[in-house]
Design a protein around this ligand. Structure first.
Ligand SMILES: Cc1cc2nc3c(=O)[nH]c(=O)nc-3n(C[C@H](O)[C@H](O)[C@H](O)COP(=O)(O)OP(=O)(O)OC[C@H]3O[C@@H](n4cnc5c(N)ncnc54)[C@H](O)[C@@H]3O)c2cc1C
Length: 400
């Protein structure tokens, strides 16, 4: 076997590309493989929100669930600082703007939730301020008069999901990493020095070539395919797959500088640098499944008209002038969360030399996930307590 690496990174989404780039900068011999193309899946299909406040999905289940979700805050704070310097380090635009994010409230219950949330976030070190209606008139005059208050995090913002991972992949190649698209990791055998992994490459004519590559370590950066990849390495990595709806409008003169989320509804919206408005926030689409109900991630998932309409209504309720802006396209993306809304980050139990990260806002958290993973690869002690994100925490016998 002639081909050998220090690390094989599985997945060419933002996380895999960042990990490959950082590991190559550390001097590791890196191979990144993607069964499709770089940035073809969640990393290129998402809303590009850089959100550091707790999201609606984390607070809708009540205060206890929010307290658990807040344990990801050290990763969020790390990511906020890393996004601020990423374009300089990569040497390309990633469309990053950290011009602030608002979580808006329309009634007393939601305002109460915002107050609880802000206190919780501040206890973890996130600077969050509550704005009343008169402050919103100045800060965000585009919001509906029905919005009575909002939490503001100055760190929040957006990046351009259409370009970010590909730009990072170019930086990884420049740092010495090899990147192979249309190359699927299909098997793995543990060896005394690491792993022999089987790669199935499909060329442009459809011809398939299989080869085995030797590596000391493997990083699973495979998004919704994480559980499947875990099985290849004999490990249980439970994730909950979601198919979600996104909609983009036509261009309108810039008027929304913030990331806008809602305290009582599924909504995230922002105006991209190209002046379109990107609307999402977790409205479900139809995840394709086989006859036994198992998800089939390689199939095309389906939009649900009710979700597109509901998402548009939520957007217009928050920003009424959007009513006059045509939506031009909706699409489905797939992503994972863990049952407790915390990510899985760390070493894979029972598979020495294999590391994983996934779950939740892994676009926002990509830089901090990648920093943690490359630290583990290099044998550095993590400077963030990884215990709450232990990938084995749902496995029988593990103490949470
Ligand atoms: C509609 C939508 C909106 C979202 N909005 C936001 C947001 O605004 N902000 C935010 O922070 N997060 C958001 N997310 C979540 C975010 O997009 C994902 O968490 C993140 O992009 C995951 O990145 P990744 O690199 O881990 O995975 P992916 O981008 O999914 O990449 C995984 C890659 O692994 C490859 N792969 C899988 N199996 C194999 C194999 N066996 N061999 C080789 N390659 C393999 C796949 O082909 C894929 O390219 C959203 C998600 C969706 C679906």
């Amino acid at each position: 076997m002639s081909e050998s690496y220090d690390v094989v990174v599985v997945g060419g989404g933002l996380l895999g590309c960042l990990t490959a780039w950082m590991a190559a900068r550390d001097g590791a011999r890196v191979l990144l493989v993607d069964k499709d193309q770089v940035n073809q899946h969640a990393s290129g299909q998402n809303a590009g929100s850089l959100h550091f406040q707790l999201e609606y999905r984390m607070v809708e289940a009540g205060e206890e669930a929010a307290r658990v979700a807040a344990e990801a805050m050290p990763l969020h704070l790390d990511a906020a600082a890393m996004w601020a310097r990423l374009e300089d380090e990569i040497g390309e635009s990633l469309g990053v703007r950290q011009t602030g994010g608002l979580m808006v409230a329309e009634n007393a219950d939601q305002v109460g939730m915002l107050e609880f949330k802000a206190e919780l976030e501040r206890s973890w070190g996130l600077d969050v301020r509550t704005l009343d209606r008169s402050e919103l008139d100045t800060v965000a005059p585009y919001l509906s008069r029905d919005i009575v208050a909002a939490n503001l995090s100055a760190l929040e913002g957006k990046a351009d999901a259409r370009i970010a991972a590909s730009a990072v992949a170019r930086a990884a190649v420049a740092a010495g990493a090899a990147v192979c698209a249309r190359t699927r990791l299909t098997g793995a055998r543990h060896t005394p020095t690491g792993w022999d992994v089987t790669l199935r490459e499909t060329d442009r004519t459809g011809e398939v070539r299989t080869r085995t590559v030797r590596t000391a370590a493997v990083v699973i950066a495979a998004g919704v395919w994480t559980t499947e990849l875990g099985q290849v390495f004999g490990a249980g990595l439970p994730t909950v797959p979601l198919a979600l709806t996104m909609t983009v409008t036509s261009k309108v003169p810039a008027f929304i500088p913030h990331l806008v989320q809602h305290a009582g509804a599924r909504l995230s919206l922002k105006q991209s640098l190209d002046k379109t408005v990107l609307i999402g926030g977790g409205w479900p689409a139809r995840l394709m499944r086989d006859a036994d109900g198992a998800p089939e991630f390689d199939r095309k998932h389906q939009l649900v008209p009710r979700s597109i309409a509901g998402n548009a209504r939520a957007a217009v309720n928050a920003v009424p002038s959007l009513e006059r802006v045509p939506a031009v396209r909706s699409w489905v993306g797939t992503t994972t969360v863990a049952p407790d809304q915390l990510p899985l980050v760390g070493a894979v139990k029972g598979a020495p030399g294999v590391f994983v990260a996934t779950g939740g806002s892994a676009f926002t958290l990509g830089p901090s996930f990648a920093r943690v993973l490359t630290g583990l690869l290099a044998g550095r002690s993590p400077d963030i307590d990884l215990a709450p994100y232990d990938p084995a925490r749902f496995t029988e016998g593990s103490t949470p």
